[in-house]
Design a protein around this ligand. Structure first.
Ligand code: AMP
Length: 279
């Protein structure tokens, strides 16, 4: 697998690949890879075919930088774009992609001001650098993927967005690079997130429509534990991305919770498939 560290080298590489007839897929990540990322790479490969080119990217704030070597072990990627911060944000950088409106005034945007502006800016840059036909993102980061969808359509990127369902541990916990920061006890408490979401999904299937009552299932699972703080637990209608007092089939229940200081997010489509929770 080729490792690229500058935008110019990466652009040259993808142009050569495209000239050779390859379709290009990009899989943006922040490193610390897990099976969820692998599912994205597999989906990217399926989208562009064996003759296509799959480029994974790892870019995080340098202070959060994780061991990049692990991507080299991942099958399925042709190239890894691994820029340093200075290559992405050189001195004098002053242009950002601003996000406004319902997608950026609730859920994760409240606790993380400026976060989605940063996401939109870096994703737009990665699209320009890797020139993909297909971009693959995870459903787990719901608000992020919806912002990327708007970014693609609002800024006319000729890119097909592919969204991969959340890959979970056997007990239902959504895979996340943050899970490795949980203690054994924190890991046990974190099960309450998928358990509560699944209980809410079942309650919805059984006819419950009150968003407060649905959210209570998550509170019931989590608030009995010490060291757990719920940041938000809201029913959101994906049409319009508005909070809903009464749940419908286009709603999700989305939660963010701090477990021993580690912020985890997850959501369930109320009318969607079950979250497996093994006992
Ligand atoms: P991250 O490295 O955590 O920023 O994630 C990079 C990409 O992987 C994003 O598109 C995430 O939505 C996706 N991703 C993270 N966790 C999962 C998961 N458990 N299942 C599927 N995709 C995921």
């Amino acid at each position: 697998m080729l490792t690229l560290t500058t935008p110019a080298d990466t652009l040259r590489y993808v142009r050569e690949r495209r000239h050779a007839g390859a379709r290009i897929a990009v899989v943006p990540t922040m490193g610390a890879l897990h099976r969820g990322h692998l599912a994205l790479v597999e989906r990217a490969r399926a989208a562009v075919g064996p003759a296509g080119t799959v480029v994974a990217t790892i870019f995080v704030n340098p202070t959060q930088f994780d061991n990049p070597d692990d991507l080299a072990k991942y099958p399925g990627c042709d190239a890894l774009f691994l820029p340093e911060a200075a290559a992405m944000y050189p001195d004098g950088f002053c242009t950002f992609v601003e996000t406004v409106g319902p997608l950026t005034d609730k859920l994760c945007a409240v606790a993380r001001p400026g976060h989605f502006r940063g996401v939109a800016t870096v994703v737009a840059k990665l699209f320009n650098i890797t020139q993909p036909d297909v971009a693959v993102f995870g459903q787990k980061d719901l608000q992020q993927v919806m912002i990327v969808q708007r970014l693609i359509s609002d800024l006319d990127f000729p890119i097909e967005l592919v969204v991969v369902p959340t890959v979970r541990e056997a007990d239902g916990l959504a895979m996340s690079s943050r899970n490795r920061r949980l203690s054994a006890e924190g890991r046990r408490k974190a099960r309450g997130i998928p358990a509560g979401l699944e209980a809410a999904r079942r309650a919805y299937a059984a006819g419950e429509r009150s968003s407060l009552k649905l959210a209570e299932h998550v509170y019931d699972e989590l608030l009995s534990e010490d060291g757990v703080e719920i940041d938000y637990c809201d029913v959101v209608d994906l049409r319009g991305f508005a909070e809903a007092d009464t749940a419908t089939g286009t709603c999700v229940l989305a939660v963010a919770a701090f477990i021993d200081g580690v912020r985890l997010i997850d959501h369930v489509a109320l009318d969607g498939p079950a979250i497996p929770n093994q006992d």
